[in-house]
Design a binder for this molecule. Structure first.
Ligand code: FAD
Ligand code: SF4
Length: 500
């Protein structure tokens, strides 16, 4: 019986589960479907990254003796049918997609042969293992999942205890930025000929995209992703911890790894990244707070978000706990429009330029503003999906709806990540020279983060007061007079009106 393997665009690893069940010269197909990418906007560089990485990986498999078909077509169905007929394939094997919408698409395809889904091996915790951990728990907080991961894989453990006798170094990893910080630049790659061809296709404008297609500096092969990892370990990991939460106008990425696009495509695997970080820690005596802080992101947050996505009900994506309904202002889609708020302008122009923002820029600038201003959560999720180079459904739902917007009412966050300008002024240098004053709450120069923060607490008090962790801020809210609260509501409404 002839078996064929269909490799999806985020499954670009020679040891991925479906390829592992076969050997060269088994027929393999890759498909770039133009209708699929027309369903939503994508960052222009995301299209380039995914298609170029697919084309490079297809060439690598071909060189290794697989019979590779690379199709560029409107839909998936037609090239699949042709390929099945040409090779007389009786069984198509696909590694289980990470995203639910793609699983649904597979179920709708009416192939003239058997379709076998092979369990996904791109994550450490299978969906079944996560389910076993999560079911019957009163709380699904990250910390317990992360500790379970450290024990399960025996990582940074000594005599069954965490190395350094602490699980968590967060308190050392929240330093505000000092002036004169000089992070080493991340490793960048010049476009290959294959990449340049994709850039030309995307630049021709046949797809509705977001952001700039060039300069494109991302790696597109496993070898380049491994170089990016080695560069990060040597130059950026030692200082990753202390300034993990800081934001600096002159340095978009600080000491962050920029590895998410590679991990999410399968060009890097989570365990190899974690093991390489531990090896660097041992060999070069790196600071434990930086190494643990980094491993927590991958072994903890990344696995947790994937596990939760498949554990939570499918209608999670529709959550809207606060019943927020405001549309996103147009400047989110085009930063050439005037944006007086310096922090938003800097982060939005950075995302247009590169498809990247680091975690605190995403959480405490973009999502925080969307939360307190009351933008409709599904529109916000759609925006995040459209503009980031590393966006996929599995990582978007819980990060944007759960962590960023608290739209799930607190399944994964114990309280909303809502903050006023005070946080941004402390953790960044964005406020210097801004048209708004981060200290003011009322009047023309009042920072919109302050107006919206206090107005959010006031509007949502009936929901927030049940949360014990909100007690202190709600007591501060009580210090405002009724006329002050009304003034904030008017200012918030005016802002929405001006940006409608
Ligand atoms: P580093 O700070 O260097 O962290 C190392 C790695 O840890 C990352 O590469 C990533 O693989 C992993 N990681 C850390 N935090 C998370 C997390 N919360 N969820 C999943 N993985 C995590 N991550 C994406 O991969 N794609 C997204 O579309 C995405 N959207 C986000 C939207 C919001 C509102 C928030 C709050 C977070 C989002 N994240 C997303 C998580 C995180 O912000 C990014 O993974 C990280 O910023 C990527 O940059 P980096 O590789 O330099 O990360
Ligand atoms: Fe952002 Fe407000 Fe600071 Fe301006 S003053 S940069 S709007 S937080």
């Amino acid at each position: 019986m002839t078996v064929g393997v269909w490799v999806l665009g985020d499954q670009l690893w020679p040891e991925q589960a479906a390829l592992q069940t076969c050997a060269p010269p088994t027929p393999v197909i890759f498909i770039e479907s133009h209708e699929w990418v027309r369903q939503r906007r994508y960052h222009a560089q995301k299209l380039v990254l995914v298609w170029s990485a697919m084309r490079h990986f297809a060439a690598e498999l071909e060189a290794a003796g697989w019979q590779v078909t690379y199709a560029i077509a409107p839909t998936f169905a037609a090239p699949l049918q042709d390929w099945i007929n040409t090779h007389q394939i009786r069984e198509v094997r696909v590694m289980e997609p990470s995203d639910r919408p793609f699983r649904a698409l597979l179920q709708q395809l009416q192939l003239p042969c058997r379709l076998t889904l092979v369990p996904n091996n791109h994550f450490l915790w299978s969906t079944a293992a996560f389910q076993e951990w999560a079911q019957n728990r009163k709380t699904l907080v990250l910390e317990y999942f992360y500790r379970a991961g450290r024990q399960r894989y025996n990582l940074l453990m000594e005599n069954r205890k965490p190395v350094g006798d602490r699980w968590n170094y967060d308190s050392e990893n929240r330093q505000p930025p000092k002036s004169g910080l000089k992070p080493p630049p991340p490793l960048e790659f010049a476009p290959t000929a294959i990449t340049q061809a994709v850039i030309d296709t995307v630049a021709a404008g046949n797809f509705a995209t977001y952001g700039q297609v060039q300069p494109f500096r991302w790696g597109v092969t496993r070898a380049q992703a491994q170089q990016a990892l080695a560069h990060f370990l040597a130059h950026r990991l030692p200082q990753f911890g202390p300034y993990q939460d800081a934001m600096v106008a002159e340095h978009d990425t600080l000491w962050h790894s920029l590895l998410s696009p590679y991990l999410n495509l399968g060009l890097l695997q989570p365990m190899e990244v974690i093991e390489a970080a531990i090896a660097a820690y041992k060999e070069h005596h790196l600071p434990l707070n930086s190494v643990e802080g980094f491993i927590r992101q991958i072994l903890g947050w990344r696995e947790y978000m994937y596990g939760l996505y498949h554990f939570l009900p499918e209608d999670y994506g529709q959550s809207n706990y606060f019943q927020h309904q405001h549309p996103l202002p147009a400047f989110f889609w085009d930063s050439r429009q005037p944006i007086a708020m310096t922090c938003l302008r800097l982060v939005l122009t950075q995302v247009e330029r590169s498809g990247y923002a680091h975690h605190i820029q995403r959480l405490m600038i973009l999502a925080n503003f969307a939360l307190i201003a009351g933008f409709q959560p599904q529109a916000v999720k759609e925006w995040f999906h459209a503009v980031f180079i590393d966006a996929y459904d599995w990582v978007m739902q819980t990060n944007v709806l759960g962590m960023g917007l608290f739209a799930d009412g607190g399944i994964l966050a114990s309280k909303p990540y809502a903050a006023s300008a005070n946080y941004i002024q402390r953790m960044s240098n964005y406020c210097q020279g801004c048209a708004y004053d981060p200290k003011q709450r009322f009047g023309d120069r009042a920072c919109p983060f302050n107006v919206f923060y206090w107005n959010f607490l006031d509007r949502q008090r009936h929901r927030l007061q049940a949360n014990g962790r909100m007690g202190l801020v709600l007591r501060n809210l009580d210090k405002l007079t009724t006329s002050e609260r009304h003034a904030l509501a008017r200012q918030a409404e005016q802002w929405h009106h001006q940006h409608a």
